[in-house]
Design a binder for this molecule. Structure first.
Ligand code: PNS
Length: 168
């Protein structure tokens, strides 16, 4: 039996195969997953919000119980307007823990109805991070296996223009 709707928030700049694996597994557990593209003030994004929403929608289109949208402002304010109080986050390694604990605790203090659930990233994806992928691509490397192909193409277009690729 599947239970309720969850919000899967993140900056997703870009959405990786690790994120996709969480979606694949979570879609078997939850009735509905809303992937919510938000703004992390400590990160400068490469892809616009519209690009991230549209790429994520494309790579998750085979999951009928997954929706994608963006939100502005605080996650706890956005979640008040949704049909759920539950946030889902992936946890890759122990260094994620401190940041995740801080966020989950701050969100709970701001809105006591909010619950944060964690899914452990499968080991073959635990090395993948959005920033590492951007660095690899900007230096002309291949991120095949790290991100869906359509997302890799968009990142190459943005981070490693044809002129630079010719030189490599
Ligand atoms: O993928 P990320 O960058 O770890 O996702 C972080 C995100 C976007 C979920 C977080 O920064 C967020 O919730 N941003 C919205 C603003 C907010 O509520 N900030 C306070 C978080 S305690």
């Amino acid at each position: 039996m599947k239970g309720k709707t969850v919000i899967y928030p993140g900056s997703f700049d870009p959405f990786t195969n690790g994120h996709l694996n969480i979606i694949a597994r979570a879609s078997e557990i939850f009735e509905k997953i809303i992937i919510s593209v938000g703004h992390n003030t400590s990160k400068k994004t490469t892809l616009s919000t519209e690009e991230r929403v549209s790429l994520i929608a494309e790579v998750t289109k085979s999951y009928p119980n997954v929706e994608v949208e963006s939100f502005e402002g605080l996650l706890v304010d956005y979640i008040r307007k949704k049909e759920t109080n539950t946030i889902l986050r992936g946890m890759r390694c122990h260094s994620d823990f401190e940041y995740e604990l801080q966020m989950a605790t701050a969100n709970k203090l701001m809105n006591e109805e909010v619950e944060t659930l964690f899914m452990v990233t499968e080991s073959q994806f635990s090395h993948i991070s959005s920033s590492l992928i951007k660095e690899i691509i900007s230096l002309g490397g291949s991120a095949k296996g790290f991100v869906p192909a359509v997302i890799e193409e968009k990142l190459i277009e943005k981070l490693c223009p044809a002129e630079e690729r010719r030189k490599q």
